[in-house]
Design a protein around this ligand. Structure first.
Ligand code: FAD
Ligand code: SF4
Length: 482
């Protein structure tokens, strides 16, 4: 028998060139064409043990959907994807597949793993393309008459909403902003995740019967207890972690220093990049420093470049190896000319006579013993102070949850960081009939981890509402906790 020869290289995805893309906000990665998707799908070994599925937090049947691409049965491929993942066009674009499903792929041992994310995006985009009305018809259970309130229309809330609506529950989703999507609309820029894609995925969730109430700040407009008084039998909290962290060093209040949250919200949600069509003010100087090394820092740096900055520098206190940003995104940033200054930390901001930032005092760092996160602890190098001239600073250090909901909900237990305490297997909180998941419980994490938590919570809420055996267990857990 002749052995089948497997191509160890994956099919590359077309991208806008760096010279072209730094002048626009259009999507950088352009997705596979039909032939490219087919060639990549045919590399899949259809492994009986499916190691890739173990790496997927929502358990998508990966080999099955890929085989349907090979069979050229796109509707079936889509149905398999959507059975476990209600937002595949989003996940195909922004999930860190390299550390999840693709890292487990059998082919990774010898060569490049299957490009699972790109194939997921291909199938999801096939549905969203307007060649024909390809909207998948989803089977729904008949109405249970039970009402569930969900707080926050990010990936966690949308996932819970979709899963519970399919199971026949009446789902009302309350969102503080004027548009649904959470970080997907206010944080991640258009050139990585077009808002039209998020809008279509949200429409899909609405098509399942989910009602979305925008401009509804829970904790102000209505408290969680008031929602329950209105007849909601279960509440899911998916309000994310939108409160930015700061360096707490001298000069941080100077004009020209933004939190990444504010900067990206102005650019993406309020469309500052389309000024003057959208009248959102956003001042970006010639020399921009972005403090941090995660996806948020990469997005801020790349937005600043597109908004006309001459020199954009990412300042990170550890080394390249510890940077938490997705590799694809730090590579894209570097291709675009972003400068990376590793092992550096600002210790003071200095302003001019109008209290506008003009420079930063920095120190050089060295890597010491691992800290509690397992990463090498950065320590200050003695006598290493130096000055860096800057016109704009963007602080991208991470976020914590907004305290509004915990402070208006008696008995909702939180940690020192302000995250809501919830059982990891079910999302149940310390309060009866209240579940939580996503960044609200973990601090800033990933889209797919928020969706995974949403799926587990939806299953637990359904079990509770159905009065199945598990619900008793939840009652006991609630009573002991309260
Ligand atoms: P969120 O997405 O934060 O959604 C919470 C929603 O709740 C928001 O819409 C908010 O307005 C609403 N809300 C808050 N308070 C209230 C209230 N009181 N009442 C009603 N509604 C409320 N992850 C990846 O996997 N890949 C990436 O490439 C990536 N890039 C990122 C880039 C940026 C700039 C940022 C900020 C994050 C990025 N992440 C990425 C992380 C990811 O987006 C989050 O982990 C994920 O969105 C968390 O989902 P969530 O549903 O828990 O919360
Ligand atoms: Fe295909 Fe890789 Fe999954 Fe094997 S592990 S089935 S090759 S995607």
């Amino acid at each position: 028998m002749t052995a089948v020869k497997i191509d160890l290289n994956r099919v590359s995805m077309p991208k806008q060139t760096p010279d072209e893309r730094i002048y626009n906000f259009d999507e950088v990665a352009q997705g596979y064409q039909y032939d490219q998707a087919l060639i990549e799908a045919k590399r899949c070994l259809n492994c009986p043990k499916k190691p890739c599925v173990e790496g997927c937090p929502v358990g998508v049947d990966i080999p099955e959907f890929i085989q349907e691409i090979v069979n050229e049965k796109m509707e079936q491929a889509l149905a398999i994807l959507k059975d476990k993942n209600s937002l595949p066009a989003i996940c195909g674009r922004v999930c860190p597949q390299e550390s999840q499903c693709e890292s487990k792929c059998s082919l990774a041992k010898k060569g490049a793993p299957i490009a699972i994310g790109r194939l997921e995006r291909y199938v999801a985009d096939w549905e969203l393309s307007d060649v024909a009305n390809r909207r998948l018809k989803v089977a729904k259970e008949s109405s249970t008459g039970k009402m569930v309130a969900i707080v926050g229309a990010g990936p966690a809330g949308l996932t819970v909403a979709a899963d519970l609506a399919k199971l026949g529950h009446t789902v009302v989703l309350f969102e503080a902003l004027h548009v649904a999507g959470g970080v997907l609309v206010y944080g991640i820029p258009e050139f990585r995740l077009p808002k039209m894609i998020v809008g279509k995925e949200v429409e899909y969730v609405q098509s399942l019967g989910v009602q979305i109430r925008l401009n509804s700040v829970i904790g102000k407009m209505l408290t969680i207890d008031e929602l329950m008084e209105y007849g909601f039998e279960a509440v899911f909290l998916g309000s994310g972690a939108g409160l930015p962290m700061f360096l707490n060093i001298p000069g941080e209040n100077l004009t020209g220093i933004y939190s990444a949250n504010e900067f990206l919200t102005r650019v993406n949600l309020m469309k500052a990049y389309l000024f003057p069509k959208y009248l959102t003010p956003l001042e970006v100087g010639d020399r921009v420093a972005v403090i941090g090394g995660g996806n948020v820092a990469m997005d801020s740096a790349r937005c600043a470049l597109r908004l006309g900055a001459r020199e954009v520098r990412v300042i990170y206190r550890r080394s390249r190896a510890e940077m938490p940003a997705r590799l694809e995104e730090s590579e894209n940033a570097e291709e675009e000319g972003i400068i990376f200054q590793f092992l550096t930390n600002p210790i003071a901001f200095i302003g001019d006579e109008r209290d506008t930032i003009k420079s930063m005092k920095c120190v050089e760092m060295m890597l010491g013993e691992p800290d509690s996160s397992g990463r090498a602890r950065p320590v200050v190098k003695p006598n290493s102070e130096f000055m860096l001239d800057v016109d704009t600073v963007i602080v991208a250090l991470g976020t914590n949850p907004n305290p509004l909901i915990p402070s208006t909900t008696n008995g909702l237990q939180t940690t020192d960081r302000g995250t809501v305490v919830a059982e990891s297997a079910t999302g149940l909180t310390s309060r009866s009939k209240i579940w939580a998941g996503g960044d609200l419980t973990t601090g800033s994490a990933t889209v797919i981890s928020a969706m995974g938590a949403g799926k587990r919570a939806a299953a637990a809420i359904h079990a509770y509402l159905s009065g199945e055996k598990e619900s008793k267990q939840y009652e006991v857990a609630q009573v002991t906790k309260e």
